[in-house]
Design a protein around this ligand. Structure first.
Ligand code: 6PG
Length: 234
């Protein structure tokens, strides 16, 4: 997939997930070889489930993979809405990931700002204050054009320096506070890989790929570029 176009369309989620898994594996092996580690930011929602299941079957230097999240709902980790739970059930519980390499977002709904600050420190320390962030960020697309927990109208969209912020999540489902990577945090990544499924999202995907659109997913501009994978079937 190294020479793929910014957008690849697939008939179904299985084919899209297999292509995404191939890209993650390629990126992981290259990063581990070049820098001795691979930093991957996971997305939430329903779409990445099959990708995570496929990654659980992949041959990777798992002891050198560091897992982060692009966003997290401020719910208990065992809650069905938890992005951590999604990744844990489908991937982390099935591979020899080192516990110290799993960097979950700490979000107490009573004090989300403290969680954002703590995760900011975690991410900054991991990258030793460099201006670069994740090797690869997985992202989804909401019907309102959001990605991670960067929802239209959220003050987090205006964050110009911190890499992690609080999102009220008022317009989300579930409508709970969330932590999210910000545009600066996403811009510092080497690459972003979007997965979107369903005919209803095609117009948004095309607008994001074409450039010039201003909904949140269209404004993600990592240093290494963006790839969009879209499945016609949900
Ligand atoms: C979240 C996700 C969110 C998701 C989109 C698409 O925590 O909800 O990070 O940004 O990727 O809402 O969700 P689906 O994959 O379920 O369509």
């Amino acid at each position: 997939m190294t020479d793929s176009a910014p957008l690849e369309a697939f008939a179904d989620v299985e084919a899209m997930s297999r292509a995404a898994a191939a890209r993650v594996v390629e990126s992981a092996r290259a990063a581990a070889a070049a820098r001795g580690r691979f930093s991957l930011a996971l997305s939430g929602g329903r779409t990445p489930r099959r990708l995570y299941e496929l990654l659980a079957e992949a041959e990777l230097p798992w002891d050198r993979v560091h897992f982060f999240w692009g966003d997290e709902r401020c719910v208990p980790r065992g809650d069905a809405a938890s992005n951590y739970r999604l990744a844990s059930e489908t991937l982390l519980s099935k591979i020899p990931a080192r516990p110290e390499n799993v960097h979950a977002m700490p979000c107490d709904p009573a004090a989300p700002e403290a969680g954002a600050q703590a995760y900011e420190e975690t991410v900054r320390a991991f990258f030793h204050g460099s201006d670069a962030s994740f090797d690869l960020v997985l992202l989804g697309l909401g019907p309102d054009g959001h990605t991670a927990s960067l929802f239209p109208g959220e003050p987090a969209l205006a964050e110009a320096s911190r890499w992690v912020a609080v999102s009220s999540g008022r317009s989300a489902s579930p409508p709970v506070p969330r932590l999210t990577l910000t545009f600066p945090g996403l811009a510092a990544a080497r690459e972003a890989l979007f997965l979107a499924a369903g005919a209803a999202k095609r117009a948004l995907v095309d607008a994001a790929v074409a450039g010039g659109a201003d909904f949140p997913a269209a404004r993600v501009r990592p240093r290494g570029g963006v790839r969009w994978l879209w499945s016609e079937a949900e």
